[in-house]
Ligand binder design. Sequence first.
Ligand code: GLU
Length: 551
Amino acid sequence: MDYEKLAELLFKNIDKTPEDYEREYPCRNLPEVAKVTRFAPSPTGFLHIGGLFAAFIGERTARKTGGVFYLRIEDTDKKREIENGVSGIVKGLSDFGITIDEGMLTETESIGKYGPYTQSQRKEIYQAYCKDLVKKGLAYPCFCTAEELDAIRKTQEENKQNPGYYGKFAKCRNLTYDEIEEKIKSGTPYVLRLKSAGDETRRIKFDDAIKGEIEMPENVQDIVLLKTDGIPTYHFAHAVDDHLMRTTDVIRGDEWISSVPIHFELFKVLGFKLPKYAHISPIMKEDAETGGKRKLSKRKDPEAAVSYYHEVGYPKEAVLEYLLTIANSNFEEWRAENPEKSRDDFDFKLSNMSKAGALFDLVKLNDISKNYICTLSKETVYQNTLEWAKAYDADFAKLLEENRDYAIKIFGIERGNEKPRKDIAKWQDTVEYTKYFFEKPQNFEWQENLSKADMAEILKTYKTVYKDGETAEEWFPKVRDMAESLGYAKAPKLYKKNPESYKGHVGDVASVIRVAVTGRRNTPDLYEIINVLGYTEFLERIDRAIALLTE
Ligand code: GLU
């Protein structure tokens, strides 16, 4: 077979050679330790939290070593693509502060010298490498139809042989030039296949940065390199792109582990240096139904979508902090010892990642987020809440803008002190959190142990006891004295000793005032709430509650 002639027949429009591309995309001028990593999603518009996690790990790895992190769009599967799919991904990353050094910025724009960073625009590059493989007799066109491939599979099943297109089953391996030429001339569709030199009895071995040493049988399949439309398969594009973009560490989902033997062979026949692989296990979740663990599912779990975190308003710092917690289990301890340090100071290690799959836990994320939000100033909370509301709750945004100073005061309650309250995990929580400040309560969580008449008596008295401008120090002793004068124990302890001597204790009394003012039994500091509401509003609320209790 004259392979040169075959290569010309198949790729007559391709005049560039691998050498041209090697020159165009030279090795990066980086220190030895610097790692070049990438995030390479398909533009499906949906960014899974597992994707954000992988991107984050890639970014951390590059940053830590002074390397490069880039975004490549893998759009070789046109069926899965949606319109503006790239923007969804770019936004997903930027919402969570993951910045790229190179790659796609919008649907059409990119930065960096190693592009195009969208696979559909790299067709000629892939084909140049294919042409070269054909020239060397390492790849060939295959004209088998779906029916023929089916028939091969059936025979293999019947004879209990390994399925696939390989060895003696690879019938298009042996076509002559004339046969090929005739088919091409008559317009028969074909794919380009690798002529695998693999041997089932041999094994490959590699040291996965996360999973450790892995051994697998060599690839023997004549896998497809180019599909009938001339677009490469994932495998071939991975080899060409990660080589030409000079990726040093391929960090990706562990669903690709089983394909590593294919990638080994491709890098070898193409004459490329193998990258280091790091395969991330999927993020898992406790399954309420079965009690076991399962993968976080796009269909069942709203929190699988990265957009969810933005929509409900988790601060990006909290999400990143959480991702680091599930990425490296020693991060939590480090954080406890270094509460003030930047995440960048943490020595993130791929080798410390969970091999089995990190367990995703919203309760934990909420805790981390509350701990973070409680350290922010009232102005920052206001600003972040407003930004969130502008995107997702226009009415609330309007309310916040029209009542700026008042809203800041609300967010200032029990903030900035030694033990700030941790009521807010996400900006969406502030709608409910601030509700009773903006409207008089509609429902009242009254105490069950007191009669309506007792509660009305407390409120009527308190109206006369509370004075505008009272200090925090004066406030509680006055409530306590009033409680005592109305027949309540001035401390819960006293009440517990002699419950029959009292109507209740000071806590019950304070609770009646709290519920009258806010509708709720559980709120931040009541004194501060009354102050923020203002004296007039306080009186109106007390009067309204008295009226409801005595009607
Ligand atoms: N486009 C592939 C995916 O979304 C990327 C895998 C990789 O990072 O190589 O699964």
